[in-house]
Unconditional design. Structure first.
Length: 411
């Protein structure tokens, strides 16, 4: 067995074992505290809601564990099992050029992967989410979303894949730098295009109907010096009863979007406090910082691919007998999560630091108690656990655990 095969299998085993151990810690933590609401939340969250959150979390972990085992099997099937080799041989028999073969290979791999993931997607939507009262998705809407997603991926991804493969073939040893620049430009283009052209294909966006709330929000935006392309409410309720709010776009295309479910849950002051938190991310330059970190990580990734392109052991160690540019891209996409798993705690810590900073900004421009009450409502309505395991949370959670976050706001 090749050295890199052993390295890959060792990293895969260790990452899988750690993830399984963390998941069991999380499940044990929420079920151990299931029978009593934490003291800080006893007056605002019922025991019934607390138990629902514990059961919801435990169920998602159980399903997630089986999904992880399934994904592990698929990964080994595609790589050491020879799946990628078989798919490559089939497409090459069609006699197309190397570029066309590469584009079709990557698209077909993505479509097959989506189909293989479909059973768990269906189960999560129509069994788990349905059981806990969150699912509003119909079978027709589910299929429509899937078809739209496939068509969009073909239309949007195919040209990008073609350009990157062409650069790998024609741009010399520094192809990876040019490919990274293309990817950065594409990412920025999507940030501009998504709110205007893509998101409306899946959801309906309307100007905010509540004029009193709209005026209050515009006043907050003016005080914070934030300009956007409009305030919108989204019909999130046609898919799920989970609530949320977010910024999207950049430059003049920035817009603020509230789920209709969230607007139904929160009072005016609570909505303003949640918005002030989101504005905090913008004002503290978190968006720019995250983009910079993401672009830097991808630069390193493209540079590594540039080096791996000439390393036959990389292909052979992962069960591929015919190296090619498109095979390099797919292999790298498949195996990198195995190795980047180990930096997850660092990225989660970085994200939680931003959440605390955004909360501090919100306290300057809204009442802390309004943000606290809004968060408590969101925890309850979304069945978010109040008693996560500290190690699991440190590894996986992009937001601070509820008790720590509330305590920070109460300082």
């Amino acid at each position: 067995m090749l050295t890199f095969t052993l390295i890959f299998l060792t990293a895969l085993f260790i990452s899988t074992a750690i993830d399984f151990w963390l998941e069991q810690r999380q499940r044990k933590a929420v079920l151990t505290h299931r029978h009593e609401v934490p003291a800080r939340f006893k007056d605002v969250i019922s025991l019934e809601a607390h138990q629902k959150a514990a059961d919801y979390t435990a169920t998602k972990i159980k399903v997630g564990t089986w999904a992880g085992i399934y994904s592990l099997g698929l990964l080994l099937m595609w790589t050491l099992g020879g799946g990628l080799d078989v798919l490559d041989e089939i497409i090459r028999q069609w006699g197309w050029s190397e570029l066309t073969t590469g584009v079709v290979f990557i698209l077909l791999f993505s479509f097959i992967g989506s189909l293989l993931d479909l059973p768990f997607s269906i189960y999560n939507t129509f069994v788990v989410e349905e059981k806990f009262g969150f699912n509003k998705m119909t079978a027709k809407l589910f299929i429509t979303d899937m078809v739209k997603g496939a068509l969009l991926m073909t239309v949007i991804a195919a040209p990008l894949i073609w350009v990157i493969l062409w650069l790998m073939q024609s741009a010399g040893n520094l192809w990876w730098l040019w490919a990274w620049a293309v990817w950065v430009g594409f990412s920025l283009l999507m940030m501009w295009a998504y709110p205007t052209f893509i998101a409306p294909l899946f959801n309906k966006f309307e100007p905010m109907k509540n004029q009193e709330l709209k005026q209050a929000i515009e006043g907050l935006l003016q005080r914070c010096g934030f300009e956007s392309n409009g305030l919108f409410q989204m019909d999130g309720s046609k898919r799920s009863s989970h609530g949320n709010a977010y910024f999207t776009g950049f430059g003049k295309s920035k817009r603020i979007v509230f789920y209709d479910t969230l607007l139904e849950q929160l009072s005016t002051n609570e909505t303003l406090a949640v918005l002030a938190h989101e504005l905090g991310h913008f004002k503290r330059n978190h968006i720019k910082k995250r983009m910079l970190v993401t672009f830097t990580i991808f630069l390193a990734g493209f540079a590594i691919m540039g080096w791996l392109a000439e390393q036959t052991w990389f292909y052979e160690g992962l069960g591929v007998s015919h190296p090619s540019n498109h095979m390099l891209l797919v292999l790298f996409m498949l195996v990198m999560p195995v190795f980047t798993f180990f930096i997850s705690p660092i990225m989660s810590m970085y994200s939680r630091k931003h959440e605390f900073e955004a909360d501090d900004y919100a306290k300057e421009h809204a009442e802390a108690n309004d943000l606290i009450s809004a968060l408590v409502k969101m925890y309850e309505d979304n069945a978010a656990t109040l008693t996560p395991d500290p190690l699991y949370s440190a590894w996986h959670d992009s937001h601070p655990p509820a008790p720590i976050r509330i305590a920070h706001l109460e300082k």
